[in-house]
Ligand binder design. Structure first.
Ligand SMILES: Nc1nc2c(ncn2[C@@H]2O[C@H](COP(=O)(O)OP(=O)(O)OP(=O)(O)O)[C@@H](O)[C@H]2O)c(=O)[nH]1
Length: 300
């Protein structure tokens, strides 16, 4: 029997809901989510397999103006993820409006000459119909090759079913690209480092979230327990006490929340040990960026 298959890159400025949508589509946590822009640093594949076929969705970092070397790398991952996709799913956020950063996204998308589906996300928070129509018209003007526009809520799942059906209809006939029980192209080790980083992002403020890298030093399955030891890297010594918290209270919260999520994801008991380390200005040093962000493979 023939099936439909192809790759779809989720594209948009930071914070529009790309990672939330990929998690809703796959029905599992594939990509971490926070209310801070530039949460996603890597290209992360989420694999949807149904009777109709298989779609590989790529969550990409938000397209933005880079402020440091790490930002340049992340932008490169975001823009190079577009190439080779069968379809771009561009996400815009009416609660934030259209900004310069959406125009930056449109430049990259239009240059790619890949067909576009436009998803207007967070409609659960944006109920005024006239304003929404206005927003939709302005967003559609930005992109050259829009085939369809959808109003969705990635968080609540509204409109997502119709979106998926239409993507399947659009994709060519082909063969399954991955084994049918696989839901991501990322390793368990990668997931562990991302979930730890998510908990840092969710529990800290201002510049801390963006200054953090996570390196998994040990990941060993000891039968009845999965042992994970990881370093949380910050870029200034003044940031270390903030991550540790009073008497170690903050790192304890981060560790407990990460352990609970990882136990759910891996369906296994986990022993998680976290260490906070300082590497001055790591976000501006090439070798340290590759070491602390899992970007090494993507940038080759
Ligand atoms: N109300 C509402 N909030 C949403 C929806 N989708 C995402 N959000 C919120 O928007 C914020 C950003 O979501 P993410 O999924 O991390 O966004 P992203 O586009 O992947 O962000 P980057 O990694 O920075 O590129 C989070 O606080 C989400 O909970 C939605 O449909 N409705």
């Amino acid at each position: 029997m023939s099936v439909k298959s192809g790759t779809v890159a989720l594209v948009g400025k930071p914070n529009v809901g790309k990672s939330t949508l990929i998690n809703t589509i796959i029905g599992e946590k594939i990509a971490i989510v926070s209310d801070k822009p530039q949460t996603t640093r890597n290209r992360i594949g989420g694999i949807l397999t149904t009777k109709k076929g298989q779609i590989v969705f790529y969550d990409t970092p938000g397209i933005h103006k880079p402020l440091h070397r790490l930002g340049q790398y992340i932008l490169k991952v975001a823009t190079s993820s577009l190439a080779g996709s069968d379809l771009l799913l561009v996400i815009v956020d009416p609660t934030d409006g259209l900004r310069e950063s959406d125009r930056l996204v449109a430049n990259h998308v239009n240059q790619s000459r890949i067909p576009v589906f436009l998803a207007i996300n967070k409609v659960d928070e944006y109920k005024n119909e006239r304003l929404l129509q206005d927003f939709q018209a302005k967003a559609e003007e930005l992109f050259n090759d829009i085939r369809r526009t959808f109003l969705i809520s990635a968080k609540k799942g509204d409109g997502v079913e119709e979106l998926l059906e239409t993507i399947f209809d659009f994709l060519p006939e082909g063969k399954m690209l991955f084994p049918e029980d696989l839901i991501t192209d990322r390793s368990s080790r990668f997931m562990a480092s991302e979930v730890i980083r998510e908990k840092v992002l969710q529990n800290t403020r201002q510049e801390i979230p963006h200054s953090v890298g996570v390196v998994v030093q040990e990941f060993s399955d000891e039968g009845n327990i999965l042992k994970i030891r990881a370093d949380v890297i910050v870029e200034r010594s003044s940031q270390k006490p903030i991550i540790l918290g009073k008497g170690g209270s903050m790192i304890k919260i981060i560790g407990t929340e990460a352990r609970k999520d990882l136990e759910y994801i891996f369906d296994q008991k986990i022993f998680l040990d976290l260490f906070v380390k300082v590497r001055e200005k790591w976000r501006d040093k090439d070798t340290l960026i590759q070491e602390f962000t899992n970007l090494r493979d993507e940038l080759q």
